[in-house]
Design a protein around this ligand. Structure first.
Ligand code: F6R
Length: 613
């Protein structure tokens, strides 16, 4: 989705903003632009297409100045074009705005402003914001107050950053609802603002995060925050622990490949100090869960989107089997409109890498309205899903830049496993010996992941065999069923091969009709409690001429006789096996996409953080 970067200080804003926008490329966009105050005059450069087009434009018509804002746009209202790209200038050319989100009442506002004489030069909803700010500036308000008055009229969710050459000593930034974050970076005699941490991480780790309904007035030596009514607020500055180097590609050709290979480290960090190995116990202090509260829980609803929802499906099996608490998995965009049955004995657990996915946040808010306890599993520190929740477990994976989620899929699997063990312990579920064994199994996991990654070269021959397929079927059963969904999602989103996933037992109820020699089948069949049942489905597919690729446990003697190709994984305790079986599928999708010449890190039509409904 759209990205925002702003700078105020004594350096030249243009290269700082351009570099920041480059770091947000992964979010997905189709046009880009930048505005700088140069000698008390606002200069704008913007164009459709990738940032390289904007860079070429800036090389032809350079602009320089110590204050500026930039934007990468993912079109919602109006096609991707230079005239619709942000920033948008007001009629007099002395106010300029960039915006994430949708102005839901823009048609009515546009009509009202046009009647007052405003001339619109784009098809965007955003342009009404700048005309509104101009209206209040012309009536005598200062910039912060004009911005607040304008924003109060907007319906919908927004991240807004604006500046004016009438008051060239400040940037105004605001957040309303869940259209993505607004992060303020505190430097030494300079300040930054952005929609996401990686955009400004190379300059500072001291950051403040705006909540919904907050407006920041950012000057080169500091910032103030108010409500939309102008009431001053105290906002904490955090020290963000992310490593700026982690946001670089390094020796890897793509962020996705780098992030797949980072999983030994990310799993190690996610286990971190949350396991007391000698005591055989899990410690999750940020969840703030007491034994009494754990015993009151009657039901957990896991809500998430896409890959995060697949992690939730694994979580359901783990929590139900280990802690014996009923769990439902609800796709966030469905949950909020279904009039769900939720009460104060329900926990709504949101899983989100970005912590800013609009549907997931709305599902959390729905849960809150109905009295549920809110938990979240998030990666981005300070994100809205973290702030909304009563308790959080963080994924410790660092920035995930590749649009296709990989390390932020395996980390929540570990978080959910630890949560299940903690819940079982606090609810006094029987099985002390079993608990100690499950805790001890975590110690082996980073090595098992490393072992899977060492086998990356073996995935290549399977990728070569599948790269020209038009369709592909993924099958899994029990705890591997969500991994089939995840494998299929990875393949379709980055290689554009149509891939479907089914619970293996469902094959005979319809999908088997599709099977012939042109339809490869990827079957997840590690040695787990569902192994035999999965094998019988593989046999049925093979009998109908399907080309079968099996994910199998080292030493399996049956599958090499049944399957055409094998992706071997090391023997892993079954409750943790999704962490190892998904790795060859991540690598398979990656290698096929590369072989097909696809843009792996920024697949078409996709955005990293989906901040619109
Ligand atoms: C797929 C993918 C998406 C995200 C989904 C939720 O590879 O990354 O399906 O998982 O958009 O995003 P978060 O986790 O940020 O809420």
């Amino acid at each position: 989705m759209c990205g925002i970067v702003g700078y105020i200080g004594s350096r030249d804003a243009t290269p700082i903003i351009s570099a920041g926008l480059k770091r947000l490329e992964y979010r997905g966009y189709d046009s880009a632009g930048l505005a700088v105050i140069e000698n008390r005059h606002i200069e704008v450069r913007r164009d459709a297409g990738k940032l390289s087009r904007l860079e070429a434009l800036l090389a032809e018509q350079p602009i320089h100045g110590p204050i500026g804002i930039g934007h990468t746009r993912w079109a919602t209202h109006g096609e991707p074009s230079a005239r619709n790209a942000h920033p948008h200038l007001g009629a007099k050319g002395d106010v300029v705005v960039v915006h994430n989100g949708i102005v839901e009442n823009f048609a009515a506002l546009k009509e009202e402003l046009a009647a007052e004489g405003a001339v619109f030069r784009s098809d965007t909803d955003t342009e009404v914001i700048v005309h509104l700010v101009e209206r209040y500036l012309d009536a005598g308000a200062d910039l912060p107050s004009a911005a607040r008055q304008a924003i109060r009229l907007l319906k919908g969710a927004h991240g807004i950053v604006l500046l004016s050459s009438r008051e060239p000593d400040k940037i105004v930034a605001a957040r309303v609802g869940n259209a993505g974050g607004v992060v303020i970076g505190v430097g030494d005699g300079e300040m930054f603002v952005a929609s996401d941490i990686p955009a400004i991480l190379e300059h500072t780790r001291r950051m403040a995060f705006l909540e919904s309904g907050q407006v920041a007035i950012i000057r080169r030596d500091g910032f103030d925050v108010t409500t939309l009514d102008g009431k001053p607020l105290d906002v904490e500055v955090h020290n963000v622990a992310w490593d700026p180097v982690a946001a670089e590609k390094g020796e890897y050709t793509h962020f996705m490949l780098k992030e797949i290979h980072e999983q030994v480290r990310s799993i190690t960090d996610t286990i971190g100090d949350r396991v007391d190995f000698p005591a055989g116990r899990i410690v999750l202090p940020t969840l703030a869960l007491t034994a009494e509260a754990a015993q009151r829980i009657r039901r957990i609803i896991i809500t998430a989107c896409g890959t995060a929802a697949h992690a939730g499906m694994v979580g359901k099996i783990l929590i139900e089997r280990i802690a014996r608490v009923p769990v439902e998995v609800d796709i966030a965009s469905e949950f909020r409109y279904r009039d769900p049955l939720v009460d104060d004995e329900t926990v709504v657990l949101a899983i989100s890498q970005s912590g800013e996915t609009a549907d997931t946040l709305a599902a959390m808010e729905e849960g809150r309205r109905r009295g549920a306890t809110l938990w979240s599993i998030v990666n981005v520190l300070g994100s809205q899903a973290m702030r909304l929740a009563d308790g959080t477990i963080t994924m410790q994976v660092g920035p995930e830049i590749g649009v296709a989620s990989t390390k932020a899929f395996t980390a929540p699997l570990v978080d959910l496993y630890m949560l299940a063990i903690l819940l079982a312990d606090l609810r006094r579920a029987p099985g002390e010996t079993e608990r100690r064994r499950m805790v001890a199994d975590l110690r082996r996991l980073p090595d098992l992941v490393s072992n899977c990654l060492d086998r990356a070269p073996a995935v290549e021959s399977v990728a070569r065999a599948l790269k020209d397929a038009s369709h592909c079927l993924y099958l899994g059963r029990g705890i591997q069923m969500p991994i089939a969904y995840e494998g299929a999602l990875k393949l379709k989103e980055i290689s554009y091969i149509h891939a479907e996933a089914y619970p293996a037992g469902e094959m005979k109820h319809g999908p088997i009709a599709l099977v012939d020699k042109t339809m490869p089948i990827v079957a997840l069949a590690p040695k787990d409690p569902w192994y035999e049942k999965t094998i019988s489905q593989v046999e049925q597919a093979k009998a109908r001429g399907g080309v079968v690729v099996a994910v199998a446990t080292d030493g399996d003697e049956l599958l090499p006789r049944l399957a055409d190709l094998i992706l071997w994984v090391p023997e892993t305790p079954w409750r943790l096996s999704p962490v190892t079986t998904v790795i060859p599928l991540q690598l398979l999708a990656y290698q096929i996409a590369v072989m097909r010449g696809a843009d792996v890190d920024q697949p078409r039509n996709l955005a990293k953080s989906v901040t619109v409904e």
